[in-house]
Design a protein around this ligand. Structure first.
Ligand code: FES
Ligand SMILES: [Fe+2]
Length: 361
């Protein structure tokens, strides 16, 4: 029997964590730009084997990673000019997936055509559209700050054995920081529900905090002592299901002479489903401080990774538990007042799937 427990909005909104809950008609991140070179790489995206590569002119491309002849992975092949060459019998394909050469015959088999996926470079990433190309109606979200010399950008990647939507909800709900991350973030003052609202299609949350020491994760990047009380405003926004941001706007009311009083740390959280229970999680931590030192960048990265490993460990256990439980999703789920942003994530997801003629159970 289905649990019909209502949430704060009076209705149960599924997040599809045990099924194919990935919208197709949107830009997802396939890779960091520098990962995609003339040496092809294999990556599972939305239950699909994809080969990513650049032609010799540097244009990125993405094809279904399966030769139509005898199914060899094209990611084991090589690039020649603008063509991708299959490692098995040398058939060649262009960026649109058309076969342009079959070495043992002069006629190209008409059926030798594999799916290709539109890709775009924006910010630090290569974005991919895996749905209907005719439905492309927008560019990937604006991430221009990632290449702005006034910002320093630290990046990371982890593979998480959990459905992508669990990570998306997790990064839009920072009330878990005081508990799950009490030994890493050490920021225990988020104890009330943040305000949530819409800015266009973007879900936002915002909260102001009184004087308190800043999380040690971000002190080095801003050059602040770990015990200095500062004020901060935290604002998050989610321009698409693929990406969300979390700004920590810091104000030091007593800056040392000649020192800045205001800083921003911008977290960037990108999720791309690999399959139902596996997610590529690309993250960024940027400071509006030019050229932070390699030592500070490395220290910040280590401490962010330690904190995000806490999310990873918890979400993986959560997913494994629910997947193994014969009740599956037929179980009580209570929604709190602080879940406003998470509930909106589910609303966006359900709306987007409905636009593609799909629904979650
Ligand atoms: S499997 Fe690719 S050419 Fe034969
Ligand atoms: Fe977290």
């Amino acid at each position: 029997m289905k649990d019909e427990t209502p949430n704060a909005n009076g209705q149960r909104i599924p997040n599809g964590m045990l099924e194919d809950n990935y919208p197709r008609n949107m830009w997802w991140v396939a890779a960091y730009r520098e990962e995609v070179t003339q040496k092809p790489i294999a990556r599972w995206l939305l239950d699909t084997p994809v080969v990513l590569y650049r032609t010799e002119e540097g244009t990125p491309a993405a094809l279904y990673d399966r030769c139509p002849h005898r199914w060899a992975p094209l990611s084991e092949g090589h690039v020649s000019g603008t063509q991708l060459v299959c490692p098995y019998h040398g058939m060649e394909f262009d960026r649109a997936g058309h076969c342009t050469k079959a070495p043992t015959q002069t006629m190209m088999p008409k059926t030798a055509q594999i799916p290709s996926f539109p890709v775009k470079e924006a910010g630090a990433f290569i974005w991919i559209w895996m749905g209907d190309p005719k439905a492309i109606d927008r560019d990937p979200p604006d991430v221009s700050y990632q290449s702005d010399p006034n910002w320093s950008f630290i990046t990371g990647y982890m593979e998480v054995a959990a459905n992508w939507v669990l990570i998306r909800e997790n990064v839009m709900d920072l009330t878990h920081i005081a508990f799950l991350h009490k030994n890493t973030f050490k920021q225990n003052d988020w104890i009330t529900a943040p305000e949530t609202y819409w800015e266009g299609d973007s879900i936002c949350y915002e909260q102001e905090f009184d004087l308190a020491p800043l999380s040690p994760l971000f002190c080095a990047g801003m050059g602040l002592p770990e015990d200095k009380p500062i004020k901060r405003v935290q604002k998050g926004w989610m321009p698409s299901l693929a990406i969300s941001f979390s700004d920590w706007k810091v104000h030091d009311p007593n800056p040392d002479p000649g020192k800045r009083s205001d800083f921003i740390m911008r977290g960037c959280h990108i999720v791309t489903p690999s399959n139902k229970g596996q997610t590529h999680y690309f993250w960024g931590a940027a400071f509006d401080v030019p050229e932070i030192s390699p030592q500070v960048a490395a220290k910040t990265k280590d401490s962010v990774v330690a904190a995000f490993n806490e999310d990873k460990a918890l979400l993986q256990k959560l997913q494994a538990n629910v997947s193994a439980d014969p009740r599956g999703l037929d179980y009580l789920e209570v929604t709190l007042g602080a879940d406003g942003a998470g509930v909106k994530v589910r609303q966006v997801l359900n709306k987007q799937l409905a636009q593609e003629g799909r629904s979650l159970t």
